[in-house]
Design a protein around this ligand. Structure first.
Ligand code: NI
Length: 201
């Protein structure tokens, strides 16, 4: 049991490293030192916000985005990262007005809009939760190179299954283009400082 838990964490880490590799490549690429990456992070999605309204990626043009993919039943990583995202936003000062924080569920079976509404309010008054049908969520998950899968044993876990998932806070600019991905262990001050360098304030 313990062994399989370690193995799952190992697999999730490898998946996370693969994502980090793509991201590192994109960052080098944006500095003009390598040929264009084969695939970018980000892209069109059509989801449903926590008020039950349709939400397209294009609805957020004009704002920088901080996006975190996770699920509301997550016992540890998601609350930690959403807290970090909220704290970083608060440290931006006036520049925070240029930034929209988003939480996109990887678990649409359980995270309906009503449930998302209760959850996002725990972290930040401006945090918007996005859910949708499994097919709609799958489009967003794929576009952002997110690794997400039900943890082994889910067949027996009923409604209490866990999800394994990669964990990055994505920063997209006001034109919807990828800027950076902040990994677990980033600090609110570090994230805010990097964003202020571009956004001012
Ligand atoms: Ni999580």
């Amino acid at each position: 049991m313990l062994q399989s838990r370690f193995f799952r964490v190992f697999l999730a880490s490898v998946a996370g490293l693969a994502v980090a590799g793509v991201i590192a490549w994109l960052q080098i690429d944006s500095a003009g030192k390598m040929p264009p990456a084969p695939a970018a992070v980000g892209g069109p999605f059509e989801l449903v916000d926590h008020a039950g309204k349709k939400a397209l990626d294009s609805d957020f043009r004009g704002k920088h985005l901080l996006i975190y993919f996770g699920y509301t039943y997550c016992p540890d990583v998601c609350p930690t990262e959403l807290t970090l995202m909220a704290q970083a936003l608060d440290r931006l000062g006036p520049a925070a007005d240029k930034v929209q924080p988003l939480f996109i569920t990887i678990d649409p079976e359980r995270d309906d809009p009503a449930h998302m509404a209760d959850y996002v309010g725990l972290f930040h008054p401006r945090l918007i939760g996005l859910s949708g049908s499994p097919a709609q969520v799958a489009v967003a998950v794929k576009a952002y190179r997110v690794y997400a899968a039900k943890a082994p044993g889910w067949e027996k876990a009923g409604k209490d299954y866990l999800m394994d998932h990669s964990s990055f806070i994505y920063w997209m600019d006001d034109a919807g283009k990828f800027v950076a991905a902040f990994p677990a262990g980033s600090t609110p001050d570090g994230v805010a400082a990097r964003m202020k360098a571009r956004l001012g304030g």
